[in-house]
Design a protein around this ligand. Structure first.
Ligand SMILES: [Zn+2]
Length: 129
């Protein structure tokens, strides 16, 4: 049984924590960044709960972005004492690297906020070890 954190990090279905949320694992294949199966391949949980469901993930995305931008700024500006322009350069380099995984983690966290884990669906099938 996967924990909530393992399910989010592994980008798994919130209900069974086994099925993958995204069709292509690599978030940097941008053509497939949003490609999700309509339902969980394991437990059949609907991944598109209502039209525009993942619009709300933009709030999570905002929080994740601010969550690393502010500490990064504080580290560069006050921790290392570097000029503000250094922050802009680091930001400009880091942004395209971090946006695809943050996009996916935002969707993953968002769906985990609305779909409860079902221990019956998450149970291992087969003989106990
Ligand atoms: Zn599932």
């Amino acid at each position: 049984m996967a924990s909530l954190l393992q399910s989010i990090i592994g980008q798994r279905c919130p209900r069974c924590r086994k099925g993958r949320l995204f069709l292509i694992r690599n978030p940097y294949r941008l053509k497939h960044l949003q490609s999700m199966p309509p339902e969980c391949p394991v437990c059949k949980q609907d991944f598109v709960i209502e039209p525009g469901f993942f619009f709300g993930a933009s709030y999570v995305s905002y929080a994740l972005m601010v969550g690393w931008l502010i500490p990064l700024f504080l580290l560069i500006r006050f921790g290392l004492g570097l000029p503000y322009s250094t922050y802009l350069i680091v930001f400009a380099i880091a942004l395209p690297i971090l946006v695809p995984p943050i996009f996916r983690f935002s969707r993953t966290i968002w769906i985990h906020m609305f779909v409860k884990y079902d221990p019956v669906m998450g149970r291992e099938v087969g003989p106990k070890r």
